[in-house]
Design a protein around this ligand. Structure first.
Ligand code: SAM
Length: 286
């Protein structure tokens, strides 16, 4: 386990993932019923963009560093407000990872369960979450999250699957975990984050998602450079099962807005259904 997210926090891929995550959690709160948030690969929760690791790569400059302090876009407004709330005015120093973002958005009666395997990152995560009684941190293999934690007591849940993709089999592990999750809780909202290097490398993954048996599955992608170079991270995507309404409509306007802010030349986006919601045939005589 070499991957440490502190080197990459706030990069353009984090921006897409976290803006959409934030939005999904807000939209799910249109109903009052409690929500369980589950994170299979949680990281440390909170990042210092002025720290040694972030300074070594400088990746955040072409991510959150390019975004304005605020925006009217539904996709970006609340996300940017959360980032701003962590920092003094005009400063971009602290950046919320998925656990911190979820913690800030969720209500008093919602719950969070976070898995992180790396011993050092787990200790940091636990420390960062220590004041919040709604949060349970597990030092365990995130690939077991479906078996271990689903179904949740809450009828509504969002599972983020966000592995480091250091190994080739993580694509199939992500699909297996998704299948395990919907097998145990059909209505669960699941988001798999994935890297886009060369688009053609993803064919098998798309196929597996399309055959996963999910009730419906939305694909949202954004690349900041042409997606044709297997050696570099050019973009990222989210495969979202059971997306809350009206996420699709918001992404239709939000993705082009985000692209304008993040494009490095030759970027693009895509939004389509890999599994469409079945259209119910009209009842005869109705
Ligand atoms: N979700 C985080 C966020 O958005 O802020 C970032 C997560 S980072 C991409 C992936 C994390 O997964 C790393 O912190 C790594 O230590 C952890 N990890 C790697 N393999 C794991 C496994 N099998 N189970 C749980 N965590 C794992």
């Amino acid at each position: 386990m070499n991957y440490r997210h502190a080197y990459h926090a706030g990069n353009f891929a984090d921006v897409l993932k976290h803006a959409v995550l934030q939005r999904m959690l807000v939209l799910m709160q249109r109903k009052e019923a409690p929500i369980a948030y589950l994170d299979s690969h949680a990281g440390v929760g909170l990042y210092d963009l002025h720290g040694v690791e972030a300074g070594k790569t400088g990746e955040w400059h072409s991510g959150i560093g390019r975004l304005p302090a605020q925006s009217n876009s539904p996709l970006l407004a609340d996300y940017l407000a959360q980032v701003a709330a962590l920092n003094s005015e005009g400063e971009r120093r602290y950046y919320p990872g998925s656990p911190e973002l979820a913690r800030r958005v969720l209500r008093e009666y919602d719950s969070l369960q976070l898995c992180e395997k790396h011993p050092q990152d787990f200790a940091l995560l636990k420390d960062n979450m220590r004041h919040d009684e709604r949060v349970i941190c597990h030092q365990r293999d995130g690939w077991q999250i479906g078996k271990a934690l689903l179904p949740t007591e809450e009828k509504r849940a969002l599972l983020l699957i966000d592995p480091p993709f250091e190994a080739e089999d993580e694509f199939s592990q992500a699909v297996n975990t998704l299948q395990e999750a919907i097998g145990r809780m059909r209505q669960v909202v699941v988001a798999i984050w994935y890297p886009i290097k060369a688009e053609k490398q993803l064919k098998g993954f798309y196929q597996a998602l399309a055959n996963s048996g999910a009730p419906k599955l939305l694909r949202a992608e954004l690349w900041v450079r042409p997606a044709d170079n297997a050696a570099s991270l050019n973009g990222s995507g989210l495969a979202i099962v059971n997306p809350p309404w009206p996420l699709e409509e918001e992404l239709r306007t939000g993705l082009p807005e985000l692209l304008k802010l993040l494009d490095q030349g030759g970027g693009g986006y895509r939004l389509d259904w890999l599994i469409e919601e079945p259209v119910l045939a009209p009842t005869p005589g109705a």
